[in-house]
Write a protein that binds this ligand. Structure first.
Ligand SMILES: [Zn+2]
Length: 288
């Protein structure tokens, strides 16, 4: 319902089974993934790489920024998800760096996300040529993909939190205040970020299976220490572990996931994409 394009978007009729939204130079180099450009209604997406990783045909979308970095509320998630849809992939894994909320979890902790809390503050363009409906999100992530990611994470030698809840706010642009972190902990969130939604919602509206892996790059205590150090020094490093090192955790899980991945149709997610063709402004017989 989102687009009716019938053109062939992928070279050589390559049909990816899994789309990965991640920045992994290592996977691109090691598996010799080829770059391609995918057309969308929002303009071309050049940061697309495709090929076989552990035998699985994948499309990697290199991050969420097309050309320039932007505040999260300005990211064109619709363009990314449309590129994935046009590639023919039906399953999507988003990878994220997130902020820590809970005292017991430190940098490098990795989360297999099972639910999220949206704090809103974003909007998507709706094509009014298509009937509108709200996405059904009682089960926001594909249970089969989540299950596979959990199995993939068993071999990790770093802490992994299963069935985690991600709280998502968009932009302002800033990261969280102390009071917000307390609030997020109180409402049951495990980690916080700015990009999981509307990505998750758009996947549902497009009938795609979606799951997410997130790695924590800071913690409330590391951020306090960072601010404290700046009292005595001209500059300080806010991260104990480099972001690159943190990202290697999600890459590890994606690699293990692809090693055990077997293609099977998911009976649920595509059906949760509902359509609403019955909207009427008011009954026909009320017209003059
Ligand atoms: Zn599914």
């Amino acid at each position: 319902m989102y687009n009716d394009y019938k053109e062939v978007y992928m070279k050589n009729n390559f049909c990816p089974q899994v789309a990965l939204i991640m920045r992994s130079d290592k996977l691109i180099e090691e598996f010799n993934l080829q770059r391609t450009t995918i057309a969308t209604r929002y303009g071309p997406v050049h940061r697309c790489y495709y090929g076989y990783v552990y035998g699985v045909p994948v499309l990697m979308i290199y991050g969420r920024f097309n050309g320039e970095k932007a505040p999260s509320s300005k990211i064109n998630h619709q363009q990314t998800i449309e590129a994935i849809k046009n590639s023919g992939a039906k399953k999507v894994i988003g990878t994220f760096v997130v902020g820590g909320i809970k005292r017991q979890f430190d940098q490098g902790t990795t989360y297999i996300i099972d639910d999220f809390i949206g704090m809103g503050n974003y909007d998507i363009d709706w094509d009014f040529n298509y009937p509108f409906h709200n996405a059904e999100m009682i089960q926001p992530f594909c249970p089969k993909l989540v299950d596979l990611l959990e199995r993939a994470s068993v071999k990790a030698d770093f802490p992994v939190v299963q069935r985690a809840t991600y709280v998502c706010f968009n932009g302002y642009p800033r990261i969280e205040t102390r009071a917000e972190l307390k609030f997020y902990e109180m409402i049951g969130a495990d980690c916080v970020g700015q990009t999981l939604d509307p990505e998750a919602t758009l996947c549902r509206l497009n009938g795609l299976c979606y799951a997410a892996v997130a790695v924590q790059i800071d913690s409330p205590s590391s951020r306090r220490e960072y601010a404290g150090e700046l009292e005595h020094r001209a500059e300080a490093n806010p991260y104990k572990m480099s972001i690159e090192e943190c990202r290697s955790h999600s890459e590890f899980i994606i690699r293990e996931f692809l090693k055990i991945y077997r293609h099977e149709d998911c009976g649920v997610c595509a059906k949760l994409k509902r359509t609403n063709n019955n909207f009427r402004e008011f009954p026909k017989n009320f017209y003059d």
